[in-house]
Design a protein around this ligand. Structure first.
Ligand code: B12
Length: 809
């Protein structure tokens, strides 16, 4: 029986942990498990068999780390052959009467994707593809993509599976305690993207125990009707006598699994720390349960890497500013390849309150697929708002949809057969909500009925591709009311017909309506209000147009969508009419942006993660500002703001990384200025200072500042980098007979490593004075771990090193 058919009426029981078994059989710490498929097939087969015997319906091959970044294609071929064979042999040998399947396991590739890491998206797809090709040839029953802690990497793996195999795809993510992936996605984000990509099942595994993952599973069950996977760890691992132990017993684990199944989960199993006993306990409790039918009303929803945006609850505002039509400066920026202008437009619109951003780079004479792809890559790195990918060129749409990190809004398809033939295959492959224009080969009908008929035709054609009507948003085309007095009524009536007859969401480019008329803002906002009142779901607008934003907030207040009119009041306070003659004018650059939120342009650029701009602004400021002052008054306060946002859960790791990069590019300018200067006047004495960020900690901006300042005062600095073990620091201090060592730690979790380093230095290199710094340290704490000096900033280090210099080594 096909595994998907089985899932319709049964709970599918997967296997439990593999790694700890292999270790018990002799797999060494740090040794890769995948080659054991070849070197120890009997061991691997026996583990699979023990799971089948315990009641698993499916086991996952021992190929978690098998990808092109770790193995050659030939090695992967051999691993895949042996791994699937071992699982099949186990299925054949097991006496269990259950139907049995084999899933090809695909784990994370071990690198973060660009722009947050250094792995190119296509390189990630290929790294997965090379293994999936080899694996698919061995004819497993399904592909199990698992333990993914990043939305983008999940997409890369799913695409690789879609393009290189014709098998059901199960996609499972690893959630942190805050209910999000490492890079910020929550279940709403993942369900939106994965449904769009057309996987067969989705859910969660690893990271936490079943108790902590239950709420995550519930969120899946609220968002998707696809089978949900629940494959938790046996609790949080802890170390006991050098052994990793897990606290949740098989019986307790199975209790949580039963609860999950009763809520609607269909695919269960265990991850780290679970054993055949766990699976046997699960089988006992859920084998005979009938799957609970979860009837989730399919939503129209788009997403970014960390935010899902449903249509329907509130009108969606789509910022129109990144569209070169009629915008000379943007056109020029696109022709010049000046993406920083596009980035500031994106950030500006976000600040003005749009919910999604349109990206259109259609300027004649450019390579539109390449430019749109680059623009989307850059913009999605600095905003977490979902994007509307906007082009009339299907090749450009495809280039952008492929690398988009989430489920995009795609603008647009229309009722012409040629348009649907070109765009629907893209939606089918990459996922997305498609804006559909109610025009066809006959042009734009001048009556509402005909426009609604075109919409119905588009829905029927989309169905042929398996695209649900919820993934279509109809634009009923606002034509200039100056040309036809009925233009507004026709668009609005069509909108109502589509809503009532097809149950579809709608979108309008509102400002077309006023073309050719004076005081266009008045017409636009009046039309916008009429459309909102008819149930318009989304509008493409200029968020700097005060009258439109005012109309939007007024509508929400009047429609009962703004409790106590709070948003309306806040908007009006922030945009007083009389005092704001420039309302309606877009902010021109980061300076205006920054002034609006009370910080400096450089701080703003760092907070937003604009690398290029941060470098340029720092260079400019350094003409008048001392490097140290720039660090203290610009870079550090900006990073503190970012850190605060991170701590409060307002921003996620990717943004933290982008800000760190922007800070580094500002810091590079500081370095360039310092390097060009003669040494400080009192820089005669020069002893050697060894500096390092301690083991387990990769924060190095503060340490690099300390190093730079020390060097500028004439010290010789040996920089050991970040994540440095105590032994390495000691070795270098001994080798150089260094009188001073500077240690940095920025996390509470890495302060113990600082203590270990100090203890080691005190014991083996007692002459060496240790100066410590880093955001989480305090003087009291530094004293308590035996630090000779606590440096609250880099200048403190210099002062201290000056006093130490010359002491006997
Ligand atoms: C930038 C940043 C990052 C960047 C680091 C990039 C890089 N190359 O350094 C990235 C994105 C990689 C990052 C990753 C993480 N980060 Co971080 N990060 C920050 C952030 C926002 C700023 C740090 C910074 O550079 N500040 C500016 C510098 C100049 O300040 P400073 O280091 O304090 O340095 C000054 C002094 O302390 C002193 N000094 C510092 N070092 C030294 C050394 C010597 C020898 C001397 C003498 C003086 C000295 O002089 C410096 C100049 O005046 C902080 C928040 C914050 N406000 O600090 C969080 C923060 C440190 N990060 C945090 C976390 C949790 C993480 C992650 C675990 C996130 C994750 N889930 O993966 C990872 C850590 C991975 C790891 N194993 O280390 C937490 C730590 C929480 C805690 N209490 O333990 C913080 C506090 C954010 C928060 N509020 O939650 N992070």
């Amino acid at each position: 029986m096909n595994i998907l058919d089985y899932l319709k009426d049964n709970i599918l029981i997967l296997d439990g942990g593999m790694g700890s078994f292999l270790q018990a059989k002799g797999l060494q710490p740090g040794e890769r498990p995948e080659p054991w498929n070849i070197s120890h097939p009997d061991v691997v087969t026996a583990i699979h068999r023990s799971y089948f015997d315990a009641g698993s319906n499916a086991v996952i091959t021992n190929t978690f780390g098998a990808c092109g970044l770790r193995y050659s294609a030939e090695e992967l071929q051999k691993i895949a052959e042996a791994a699937v064979r071992n699982a099949r042999t186990a299925a054949a040998e097991s006496a269990s009467p259950q139907p049995k399947w084999v899933g090809l396991d695909v784990g994370p590739c071990g690198k973060l994707l660009k722009p947050f890491g250094d792995l190119d998206f296509e390189a990630a797809v290929e790294a997965f593809a090379v293994f999936i090709r080899a694996g698919a040839a061995q004819k497993p029953d399904f592909i199990f993509i698992e333990t993914m802690s990043d939305c983008y990497e999940t997409k890369a793996a799913v695409l690789a599976a879609k393009e290189n195999a014709d098998l059901p795809i199960f996609a499972s993510n690893a959630y942190s305690e805050n209910g999000r992936l490492l890079t910020g996605a929550d279940p709403a984000v993942m369900t939106a993207m994965l449904e769009g990509l057309g996987v067969s099942a989705m859910g969660m595994n690893c990271s936490l125990g079943p108790d902590a993952l239950l709420p995550v599973a519930e969120q899946y069950l609220e968002k998707t009707s696809l089978p949900v996977i629940f494959k938790a760890n046996a609790g949080l691992p802890r170390l006991e006598n050098g052994q990793t132990v897990y606290d949740i017993t098989p019986a307790a684990f199975a209790g949580y699994v039963e609860e999950a199944v009763r809520k609607g989960v269909r695919i269960v199993g265990g991850c780290c720390g679970t054993t055949p006993e766990t699976i046997a306990a699960i089988a006992k409790r859920v084998r005979n349960l009938k799957p609970v039918t979860v009837n989730v009303q399919k939503q129209t929803v788009i997403s970014s890497y960390s935010m899902a945006l449903p249509f329907g609850a509130q009108p969606v505002l789509i910022g129109e500013r990144i569209n070169p039509t009629g915008k000379k400066r943007l056109k020029q920026a696109i022709l010049d390849g000046d993406l920083s202008y596009l980035l500031s437009e994106a950030a500006g619109q976000e600040e003005k309150g749009v919910h999604a951003i349109d990206v259109n780079v259609g300027v004649p004479g450019i390579d539109e697929p390449a430019v749109l792809k680059r623009a989307v890559e850059e913009i999605q790195a600095v905003t977490n708002l979902p994007l509307q990918l906007d082009s009339s060129d299907p090749a450009a749409l495809e280039a952008a949809m492929r690398i988009y990190n989430g489920k995009p809004l795609v603008n647009s398809v229309n009722g012409k057969q040629s348009s649907m033939d070109a765009v629907f295959p893209l939606i089918r492959k990459y996922g997305g909500v498609c804006v559909a224009l109610t025009l066809d080969d006959g042009g734009i009908p001048m009556d509402a009925r005909s426009r609604a008929d075109i919409a119905a035709k588009i829905v029927r054609e989309a169905e042929k591709y398996g695209i649900a009507k919820e993934d279509l948003v109809f634009d009923t085309l606002a034509m200039p009311v100056s040309a036809s007095g009925e233009a507004a009524n026709v668009a609005l009536d069509a909108l109502s017909l589509i809503r009532s007859e097809l149950g579809c969401r709608t979108s309008l480019g509102v400002s077309n309506i006023s073309f050719g008329l004076p005081s266009r803002g008045d017409i636009n906002s009046a039309f916008f209000l009429r459309a909102l009142d008819r149930g318009l779901s989304a509008a493409i607008i200029n968020p700097y147009a005060d009258d439109m934003m005012r109309a939007y907030y007024a509508y929400r207040a009047l429609a009962g969508l703004d409790e106590s009119c709070g948003d309306y009041i806040r908007y009006c306070e922030a945009h007083p009419k009389a005092a704001n003659p420039a309302a309606g004018q877009p902010a021109k650059d980061a300076a205006q942006d920054a002034a609006a939120n009370g910080s400096s342009p450089l701080q703003n650029a760092i907070v937003k993660g604009f690398r290029q701009q941060a470098g340029e602004l720092a260079k400019e400021l350094l003409r008048t500002l001392e490097p140290v002052d720039l660090i203290n008054t610009e870079i550090i306060p900006a990073l503190n703001r970012v850190g605060e946002g991170f701590e409060k859960g307002r921003i996620y790791l990717p943004q933290l990384l982008m800000s760190a990069e922007a800070a580094t590019s500002a810091f590079d300018e500081v370095k360039a200025v310092m390097a060009a200067r003669p040494l400080q006047k009192d820089a005669k004495k020069k002893c050697t200072v060894v500096v390092a960020t301690v083991q387990g900690d990769i924060h190095d901006i503060g340490k690099n500042i300390a190093k730079l300042l020390l060097e500028s005062y004439g010290f010789t600095v040996r920089d050991l980098g970040k994540d440095v073990p105590p032994e390495t620091i000691l070795e270098e201090v001994l080798r150089l007979k260094a009188p001073v060592a500077g240690l940095s730690a920025l996390m509470t979790t890495t302060v113990p490593a600082m203590q270990q380093t100090i203890d080691l230095l005190k014991k083996e290199a007692p002459w060496c004075r240790v100066v410590t710094g880093g955001a989480v340290l305090t003087k009291d704490f530094a004293d308590s771990i035996g630090s000779d000096c606590y440096a609250k900033d880099a200048m403190d280090t210099v002062r201290y090193a000056q006093t130490v210099d010359g002491e006997p080594a």
